[in-house]
Design a binder for this molecule. Sequence first.
Ligand SMILES: Cc1cc2nc3c(=O)[nH]c(=O)nc-3n(C[C@H](O)[C@H](O)[C@H](O)COP(=O)(O)OP(=O)(O)OC[C@H]3O[C@@H](n4cnc5c(N)ncnc54)[C@H](O)[C@@H]3O)c2cc1C
Length: 415
Amino acid sequence: MKKYSAFALVKEAFNNHLGWGRAWRHAQPKKRYKVIIVGAGGHGLATAYYLGKNFGIRDVAVIEKGWLGGGNTGRNTTIIRSNYLQEESAAIYEKSRSLYETLSQELNYNIMFSPRGVMMLCQTEHELRAMKRTYYANRLFGVQTEMVSPMRMKEMIPIINTDGPRYPILGGLWQPRGGTARHDAVAWGYARAISSWGADIIENCEVTGIVREASKVASIQTTKGSIDCEKLCFVVAGSSSLLAELAGFRLPLESVALQALVSEPIKPVMDCVVMANTVHGYMSQSDKGEMVIGGGADGCNNYSQRGSFQHIEETVRALIETFPIISRLRQLRQWGGIVDMTGDRSPIISKTPVENIFLNCGWGTGGFKAIPGSGWATAELVAHGNPGKLAAPFSLARFVEGRMIDESIAAAVAH
Ligand SMILES: Cc1cc2nc3c(=O)[nH]c(=O)nc-3n(C[C@H](O)[C@H](O)[C@H](O)COP(=O)(O)OP(=O)(O)OC[C@H]3O[C@@H](n4cnc5c(N)ncnc54)[C@H](O)[C@@H]3O)c2cc1C
């Protein structure tokens, strides 16, 4: 792998930039791998990366039915934060956020991590109480957040309307080291690193069948033929139930479309991320100047990567109350992704009823921020066959035992 550096850039400038290689190889499947990961989104690629880095397991294939990062990883609104209510969540999301801080240097790939701060608005008395509770919980778990007054908020975000009309702003929960990163770059950076170690990333290759021998999986069937494996890990977000069905078990998940939109670019007006959970919408400004807007999930289960029109209208209407200036903006693009929602709005990182199949899913509307921490924890699970401290609370067993990790306050619309 060629190291990206100022020196390399200057050297290539004298070579008409002809010496840059591909960031990752386009591999064809081998007959057998030690570990096969299904899904080349951020979580699958990060799992492969930490398997190689932390456990020396590099005989790995990442199988992707479309193109790398073309699932939710390349469709999200890139919010990164760790201000969750429950201790188990704070642990994994804060691990992830702290890995993001140095990920560009670690991968030698600029993921454009921008810790510009995330503001979660409180627009009802109930929400204010809930956010204060989260703030106290954050302090206990070592997550740096603070409560801000409406007056301070107006100073920080001049375009915000703190007076209503329906929901005046009563305060906010501020995480100064939350922010954003470039979503594709996260996938590309991990892909480049694992490819340089010899891991195979096989795109345009759909997993269509699972061949079991007794309680174990022996091989997978794909559109590029059959591949044997010692261990198999599903990391396919909204398609998790479909893969589980192929393997013969069911999952407590619903798949729904979640959508986002961006406006035409304008000059810088807002230098942090703002989330308005009561009116259901959130917004940040991209480096190009577009206002990046996200809303709620569809009310019905579906697998269409679009989302319904009514949500665009609801989201924009809600945000116009909070940011009146956006009423004059033209919207450029709208898209959707299929998110995998659990009942307690917490993820699943778990063993499964099939001995050598492992599972990472259920990140729902908020898994981009979790990519490094989730990859770290899933790699540990796959390498040892048992979860470590970070992953253990997120096992499938919690749905049987009733040990829910309820994050509906932190994740209702929020990402
Ligand atoms: C509109 C939107 C906004 C969001 N905003 C945020 C946000 O601001 N912050 C945040 O933290 N999170 C956000 N999220 C959630 C976040 O995007 C996801 O939780 C995260 O990207 C999931 O990553 P993943 O790697 O698990 O899944 P994905 O990136 O979806 O990757 C799964 C891959 O599996 C592949 N696959 C599926 N079936 C098969 C098969 N049979 N064979 C082979 N490959 C298969 C798919 O093609 C896909 O590429 C948002 C999501 C959406 C849709």
